[in-house]
Design a protein around this ligand. Structure first.
Ligand code: SAM
Length: 229
């Protein structure tokens, strides 16, 4: 991202029209990774909720977008994943994070939304569990408890998640169910709707399916920003 007088050229007041994955001096994550997080979402949260040298954790780091954004913004960062895609990601199950209580300034997580995407063959990948099963929410609740444990008091987690729709099972409100679970542990700061211009569902075949099965083309995900009190 271009900077003027040491300040970001774009103020973190909105997520709209944010530059793509390739802003700044270094690449951010891997846009070919299935389920990659837009780097601007993480950048925006860093500007709002952290300062230089703060420690940021991503327990499900995927292609490493959080690591790359944090490094460029001079934040300390640890990225974990059950199936690391590169050497600077530490292999770890997000249900048990190897960090002290109250030790972290911000957590960012873009978790599986169910079993709609294959991330890896690892048997402990939560992305192998259908969002139609209670088990999916129980396992993500274990992750939420760990995030709550490691965050310092007053600090926030940003959790990205989307809903589920299939022609055989219909609509499953994954996002709202996860929000209700998070609200047991955290105080809400904000709920952001993340829209993407280049959604895979924005194609003729998906438009035909949407008409045939009478469902909306869902072009958004949630970003839940929650604070540890
Ligand atoms: C939506 S992707 C994250 C994308 C990432 N933010 C990026 O920009 O590339 C979800 C990730 O959760 C990881 N994951 C699934 N179950 C996990 C578990 N039990 N512990 C840690 N990571 C897990 C998957 O391997 C996958 O990389």
């Amino acid at each position: 991202m271009e900077r003027e007088n040491g300040k970001p050229a774009i103020e973190p007041t909105t997520l709209w029209d944010f530059p793509k994955q390739s802003y700044g001096k270094t690449p951010k994550g891997n846009w070919k990774f299935n389920g990659v997080t837009p780097a601007g979402v993480i950048w925006n949260m860093l500007q709002r909720y952290t300062k230089e040298s703060d420690i940021v954790i991503d327990p499900m780091c995927g292609s490493g977008t959080t690591i790359d954004v944090c490094k460029e913004e001079h934040r300390k960062v640890i990225g974990y994943d059950i199936a690391p895609t590169r050497p600077d990601i530490i292999q770890n199950d997000a249900r048990k994070i190897p960090l002290e209580n109250d030790s972290v300034d911000m957590v960012f997580i873009d978790s599986p939304y169910g079993d709609n995407v294959k991330y890896s063959d690892h048997p402990d990948c939560i992305g192998k569990i259908s969002a139609e099963k209670d088990e999916f929410y129980h396992e993500l609740e274990k992750v939420a408890k760990e995030i709550h444990r490691i965050l310092k008091k007053g600090k926030v987690v940003g959790w990205v998640i989307g809903d589920h729709w299939r022609s055989n099972s219909g609509f499953v409100p994954v996002g709202i169910t996860i929000y209700q679970m998070l609200a047991k542990y955290f105080e809400p700061v904000d709920i952001i709707c993340l829209t993407r211009k280049h959604q895979r569902s924005n194609t003729d075949i998906w438009k035909q399916r949407a008409v045939q099965h009478n469902f909306y083309l869902r072009g958004f995900k949630y970003l839940f920003i929650m604070r540890k009190c």
